[in-house]
Design a protein around this ligand. Sequence first.
Ligand SMILES: [Zn+2]
Length: 315
Amino acid sequence: MPEGHSLHRLARAQRRSFQGQRLDVTSPQGRFAAGAALLDGSVLTASEAWGKHLFLGFAPGAGRRPERWLHVHLGLYGAWTFAGDAQFAGPHAIGAPRVRLGESESAVVAADSGVVDSDLETNDAESGRYVPPPPRGQVRVRLVGDHGVADLTGPTRCEVLDPAGKLRVIDGLGPDPIRPDPGDRGREVFVENVRRSRTPVGTALMDQSVLAGVGNIYRAELLFRHGLNPWTPGQLVPAETLRALWADAVVLMRKGASTGQLTTMDPAHRRTREDTRYTYHRDGRGCLLCETPIVVGEMAGRRVYWCPSCQPGPA
Ligand SMILES: [Zn+2]
């Protein structure tokens, strides 16, 4: 599943591709025909991410506040695929890679940096407007703008919301370290959310109502970077440790959003080119800092990795 930094890249790609343009919105697959009809012919005036949720804002005219929002959660299998003419500025695909590699993001990164399908022959001879290729696969939503197309396949959630409905979704989400708006208040909300219960901190970091955007890779790596055992009850984690973890997440995840690379390791700790993570998918191999074998466990149905020596704790 793409982590939050990929969603922020996706929001930016939608903005670059379609902001200010009147879009043809359809559901080639048919499952979203009624929702698409509500948006068809309106102008994309906003595109933003909150955690793993994408919100595309549509208005009757350019420069207006959105009256309707297309709300998408990609889940495990969802993806947006972009294509366009020579003037199109979108990426090729963001979301599930064509060949899914477990929770690895490497294929997503590869696709994200790929080239745009470019074919001038696809523009209408009279209007010059882009004519997209036929949809491939089960396309839930197709957006067609002046120079390109974006196809959504396999989302977990795809719905049209009014502004109040969008706020309700965001109210259910914790602060997102990549967004500029939560600031210090976001940090304190996160600290309170973790320390409110005995829920293990490793579970809390993956709970989108505690902290929005963190997935399994950032979870494992942030816990290691702060010496936190995943099974430590949230209320026993010092507030100062959580504040430092939040500050770290802000830096790492914003860097991820700008580069497309999920980087979590300090260069000084790297021994070989293959060392890209401290603990994630490194079970059985020696910790890069202390040589203790990294262990793996199951937590709320997902695999969690830690170093028993650098991250001492209850389990
Ligand atoms: Zn260690």
